[in-house]
Design a protein around this ligand. Structure first.
Ligand code: HEM
Ligand SMILES: *[C@@H]1O[C@H](CO)[C@@H](O)[C@H](O)[C@H]1NC(C)=O
Ligand SMILES: *[C@@H]1O[C@H](CO)[C@@H](O)[C@H](O)[C@H]1NC(C)=O
Ligand SMILES: CC(=O)N[C@H]1CO[C@H](CO)[C@@H](O)[C@@H]1O
Length: 397
């Protein structure tokens, strides 16, 4: 396809630019961002990117306490690191393609809450209340896969590669496997020594949020409406559980009616997948999973056991990543209320239309938004540390 070729050329160009930059030893994030925007300056829509790049520069200059991320940070300490992550994700994916969306969602939940510091991976223990245990984290998956990748890396270069870098690099690989774009990433993130369960509860967007709430929450993290709309394109892929949409299908806002913004054919389809079955919400006599000792199992997680979920499936099989999601939104076929709300705001709808009609524009902008997400408030040395177990904060070191 012509567009794929164009895209790979752009990516190639970008990598060249980056490696050139890299020759000035301490490349910094800010100049890299501007070179990225100018690479794409032929796009008629790029003026706002320039703007956000300079805002970004300002922010970065304000926080020069710690070292910037670097291209190929592990080039000496663990030169195989990125290759190991890549091939392990590919292997896991060939056994279970569902890991790609799981890892992608995981990076969003990590980076959105207090930055990309692998705090989302921490288990609750010894009085640490984990982000995992905050309600919006319900049904997050992929932790085992991160553990597998981490143990591969620990086998090769013990104590070197941070969980935070593993997470963003594994998510990048996942995006690619799901049919999305490649994007270059700097490395050198360090892992947090705290988890932010309360922040996660209140700050992560909810599936019931309207467009105002959604854009506010993303804006508070420095993402404009355009970037927000492109990030939500991640919902092209993966699973969704009925409990996130039952109220839309049967009792929207307590009306005992469905959400009027759902296309009626689509409503029938969704209702056939998600029956209004009250037993979904009552505890089962024989729990299929043993609850972890530290957390009491909630009614919601019991519901999950009986709610196997359905594919978001905007893409059909193997038809790429992105465009169909936006086209579906324009037809009232958004699955989550929050997805459909992207067509309810004037600016957000403009971007939904743009991405629905231009797949390469979407791929480009999704790539940029993912890079920005992956660099959101990172911890770098001397802050943070490299955890040897992604689920635990080692007390020594
Ligand atoms: C308004 C913002 C968002 C809301 C309300 C939201 C909510 C949700 C919900 C409720 C699910 C279904 C989970 C399940 O049933 O197990 C989901 C899945 C998913 N989300 Fe989001 N999300 C948002 C933004 C994002 C962003 C920015 C990304 C990534 C860049 C993302 C990536 C994913 C992926 C890949 C899945 C599928 C997970 C899987 O298959 O296991 N989401 N999201
Ligand atoms: C690794 O990268 C640093 C900084 O970019 C550079 O100074 C060094 O020469 C590189 N080492 C190797 C082995 O390529
Ligand atoms: C509701 O769900 C339960 C448990 O999955 C199932 O046994 C039952 O047949 C369902 N009832 C209806 C009306 O679908
Ligand atoms: C994967 C994971 O740890 N999910 C947790 C999310 O939070 C709920 C509590 O709200 C836990 O029960 C889940 O185990």
């Amino acid at each position: 396809m012509d567009f794929t070729r164009k895209l790979s050329f752009l990516v190639f160009l970008l990598c060249v630019l980056i490696s050139l930059k890299n020759q000035n030893a301490e490349t910094n994030k800010a100049s890299w961002f501007s070179s990225y925007s100018s690479t794409f300056s032929q796009s008629p829509l790029s003026s706002r990117h320039m703007f956000s790049a300079s805002k970004m520069e300002q922010k970065i200059q304000e926080s020069q306490l710690s070292r910037p991320l670097r291209y190929d940070y592990y080039n000496e300490s663990c030169p195989q690191a990125e290759q190991i992550i890549k091939s392990t994700v590919q292997e896991l994916y060939s056994l279970k393609p569902s890991i790609a969306p799981q890892l992608l969602r995981l990076v969003f939940h990590d980076c959105f809450i207090e930055g990309c510091d692998a705090s989302v991976l921490l288990d609750s223990y010894d009085g640490i209340e984990s982000e995992k245990d905050s309600p919006p984290n319900e049904s997050l998956k992929g932790f085992d896969h991160i553990d597998i990748i981490k143990s591969e890396l620990e086998g090769t270069c013990p104590g070197v590669v941070s969980c935070a870098d593993i997470l963003v690099l594994a998510a990048r690989e996942s995006v690619l496997l799901a049919g999305g774009p490649f994007y270059p990433l700097y490395t050198g993130r360090r892992d947090s020594t705290v988890s932010y369960s309360e922040v996660a509860t209140f700050d992560l967007p909810s599936p019931q949020d309207d467009v105002v709430k959604i854009t506010e929450k993303f804006a508070s993290r420095g993402f404009d409406e355009r970037e927000t709309v492109s990030l939500l394109g991640a919902h092209s892929t993966g699973m969704i559980h009925c409990k996130f949409i039952l109220n839309r299908l049967y009792n929207f806002g307590g009306t005992k009616r469905p959400d009027p913004s759902i296309n009626s054919e689509f409503l029938t389809l969704l209702r056939s997948q998600c029956k209004n079955n009250r037993t979904l919400f009552t505890p089962s006599a024989s729990p299929a999973q043993t609850p972890s000792p530290s957390s009491s199992i909630s009614v919601l997680s019991l519901a999950l056991i009986q709610d196997p979920g359905m594919k978001m499936d905007y893409e059909g099989s193997g038809s790429g990543f992105g465009m169909l999601y936006y086209r579906s939104l324009l037809q009232g076929r958004g699955i989550l209320y929050a997805d459909q709300q992207l067509t309810a705001g004037e600016d957000t709808e403009t971007w939904v239309r743009a991405y629905a009609s231009d797949a390469s524009l979407f791929q480009k902008e999704f790539a940029m938004a993912m890079m920005k997400l992956s660099n959101h408030r990172v911890l770098t040395a001397p802050l943070g540390r490299v955890r040897s177990d992604c689920r635990r904060i080692d007390l020594e070191s």
